[in-house]
Design a protein around this ligand. Structure first.
Ligand SMILES: [Zn+2]
Length: 289
């Protein structure tokens, strides 16, 4: 039985709008002429009424889609694209087969598992995580995944990005308040779940800065030390889960670390996945951190 949440109430406006690209044959039939030109699709969290997920019928089909950007909720159940209805499959996502998926998670939670429809988890080979605020995560919370989705994924490339926290001018003055806390346990649980896949980690030093022990260090130092610190955390967590030394070393050896500057310079790594303005803003903010 669905239940209302604060998120649902907030969605009434402006997200709860009738009609959108290719969703309703009646209202948006004219759009069907254009869906063949869509290469990148951005889907923000929304009410299931918006995507007609309470009804049956064929989902819209985007024949030339290669990148799907999903922006999750920033309050409540962060890993669900339908806040308040985490188990309701999204009709809009049900018929698309992108090769690249971006999971943009403004707020993290360890409760609702990340799930992608079968057509997406079978087609995607390039997955990008953008981690936001710690949200209601506790220090030891882990990322949860839908088991069926994990079993069907065959990923060739995974990227994890730690963007800087960007506050308003007034908020920026209070550094203590903006410190979100390390999310390393959550992130390492993803590294463990995708054990054989090579992973690129962007701005790892920033996560250390957000934690308690290293907040006094400059980003210049943390850009240099961050990868080793991250690997040590990985080792400790893997050991706690009974991994042997060799297995841990193999996992560590398939990690590649880039600073925000280095990643921003390689536009081929984020082009079509993240807006250029956003990447440049992250780079600028990190330059002042
Ligand atoms: Zn939906």
């Amino acid at each position: 039985m669905p239940y209302p949440t604060i998120s649902r109430l907030l969605l009434d406006h402006p997200y709860h709008l009738k009609g959108s690209i290719g969703i309703s044959d009646q209202d948006d039939g004219w759009m069907n002429l254009y869906v063949q030109y869509v290469n990148t699709l951005k889907v923000e969290y929304h009410d299931p009424t918006w995507c007609h997920s309470w009804t049956v019928g064929s989902p819209p089909y985007f024949p030339n889609l290669h990148t799907l950007r999903m922006t999750y909720n920033d309050d409540g159940l962060a890993a669900s694209i339908h806040p308040g209805y985490p188990s309701r499959a999204c009709r809009l996502l049900g018929g698309i087969s992108p090769t690249s998926v971006v999971l943009d998670m403004p707020s993290l939670d360890g409760m609702s598992p990340i799930a992608l429809p079968g057509s997406i988890s079978r087609s995607v080979n390039d997955l990008t995580f953008i981690f936001g605020q710690r949200g209601c995560l506790t220090r030891h919370d882990k990322c949860r995944f839908d088991e069926d989705m994990l079993a069907s994924l065959t990923l060739q490339r995974i990227t994890m990005v730690f963007p800087p926290t960007i506050k308003s001018d007034e908020e920026e003055e209070d550094q203590e308040e903006s410190r979100r806390g390390s999310i390393s346990s959550y992130v390492i649980s993803i590294l463990m779940a995708f054990e054989p896949s090579p992973i690129t980690i962007v701005n790892a030093g920033y996560d250390e800065k957000m934690g308690k022990g290293s907040s006094h260090l400059s980003m210049k130092i943390l850009d240099r030390k961050g990868p080793e610190m991250f690997k040590r955390r990985l080792e400790a967590m893997c050991k706690a889960h009974g991994w042997c030394e060799e297995r841990i070393r193999k996992r560590q050896d398939t990690l590649r670390f880039l600073t925000m500057d280095e990643w921003a310079e390689r536009s081929e790594m984020w082009d079509s996945k993240v807006e250029r303005e956003r990447v440049m803003r992250w780079k600028e903010v990190m330059g002042r951190a």
